[in-house]
Design a protein around this ligand. Structure first.
Ligand SMILES: [Fe+2]
Ligand SMILES: [Fe+2]
Length: 405
């Protein structure tokens, strides 16, 4: 999994943009823990320093989430006795692809990393760290979910189970590589602590399929777009991690293709009116979450020479085109009205953030938020209700994993 996904719903606690790492400057090495509460202060272990530093991290609805699901239902879905749609030879072929492990030797660091990190200064440094931290959390979230699915499906469907385990291998590699990146900034995410301390969001299996499919494909398009942009504009190549995105994103693409095959094996998730409504809902959630998140972090995208909104729209359009090959309905993201509404949501979100930053008492803040949340909800609903694009085909295409460029 490569990107963050959170359900966007009317909310009461859009946080202010948080100082994720308050002590990120050079000398000390700090392990940062993220708590599951909204405004807690957690004790962070300091390596190489005598005092314990305290780092406050706020978690919001837009923070990357950890997911759990109904594993018994998953087992039933992948039981070949029960589900005759499971095309085992297709899964065998995918398994061989994962076993090949194309990126086994790809994630090797060199001394350029630390040197580059030391040159990143000022506000960009903090935003860079935040990028690494959020990406690491999102990748790690995929690792946990896939690892558990690999474990739980072993008896029912060993082939599918092994694919999940191999995907968790990939995600662990991605998360580890990003965490190593944090070490260039003298920080590290405490992933063991995160595993235990964070709240897990429960999704029924069908929602896991929609959400993770989108998450993998949007991750692919984000990584490849950044990679291509920096290849064309090397003057913005300020940190070597982006050079790894070309092969890295092929992992995400393969993960997405596997979910495509899983969905195809569960036609009940693709072929009725409910499937259409849910498909549109998940597209909306994923796209809006990304757009709002990224628009809060324009400094990062501008720092690497991208226009945040243009970048996001490109990623959304490409992801939507890919998704239309399997989902029964998608949003009409190429209709200018879609972007207009997204931009309106950004404005409302900014107003919400501004309310959070005032010195008003909580009651007053909440009262001020009510009309804004109502406005955001109404934008979301209007976007959801825009005429959709009928798409997908259960028996649509061959599932040979392939490079997409
Ligand atoms: Fe990943
Ligand atoms: Fe992935």
């Amino acid at each position: 999994m490569a990107t963050e996904m959170a359900l966007v719903k009317p909310i009461s606690k859009f946080s202010t943009s948080s100082p994720i790492f308050s002590n990120s400057r050079y000398g000390k090495f700090t392990t940062v823990r993220m708590s599951s509460t909204s405004q807690s202060t957690t004790k962070a272990a300091v390596k190489g320093g005598k005092k314990a530093a305290k780092t406050a991290i706020k978690e919001t609805l837009l923070t990357p989430r950890f997911y759990t699901t109904d594993f018994d239902e998953m087992e039933a879905l992948f039981n070949t006795e029960i589900n005759k749609n499971l095309n085992q030879s297709e899964f065998e072929a995918l398994l061989q692809e994962f076993k090949t492990d194309y990126n086994q030797t790809h994630f090797v660091r060199n001394k350029e990393f630390k040197e580059a990190a030391d040159k990143i200064d000022g506000p960009l440094r903090q935003i860079f760290v935040e990028f690494l931290e959020r990406s690491c959390t999102a990748e790690f979230s995929g690792f946990l979910l896939y690892k558990e699915l690999g474990r739980r499906l072993k008896k029912t469907n060993p082939v599918v189970a092994e694919i999940f385990s191999l995907m968790s291998r990939d995600e662990a590699r991605h998360a580890g590589f990003l965490n190593k990146g944090l070490s260039d900034f003298n920080l590290a995410l405490d992933l063991g602590f995160l595993t235990k301390a964070r709240k897990y969001t429960f999704f029924k299996p069908k929602f896991i399929f929609y959400a993770t499919y989108l998450s993998e494909k949007i991750g692919y398009w984000r990584y490849i777009t950044i990679y291509r942009h920096l290849k064309e504009n090397p003057e913005y190549q300020c940190y070597p991690i982006f050079k790894y995105f070309e092969n890295w994103c092929q992992d995400e693409n393969r993960h997405g293709d596997f979910f495509s095959a899983l969905l195809k094996a569960q036609p009940q998730f693709l072929n009725d009116w409910k499937a259409k409504l849910w498909s549109r809902f998940f597209c909306l959630s994923v796209y809006v979450t990304m757009y709002l998140n990224d628009c809060q972090r324009t400094a990062f995208y501008e720092g690497i020479g991208l226009d945040t909104k243009e970048f996001d729209m490109h990623v959304i359009i490409e992801t939507n085109r890919t998704t239309a090959r399997i989902f029964p309905a998608v949003l009409d993201v190429e209709n200018p009205e879609f972007k207009r509404r997204l931009d309106k949501m950004v404005e409302i979100n900014e107003q919400l953030l501004a309310v959070g930053e005032t010195s008003d008492i909580p009651l007053v803040k909440n009262l001020k938020r009510i009309p804004l949340i109502a406005a955001l909800a109404s934008e979301l609903l209007a976007t959801y209700l825009m005429p959709p694009i009928e798409s997908g085909s259960v028996d649509f295409a061959e599932f040979e994993p392939q490079l997409v460029y």
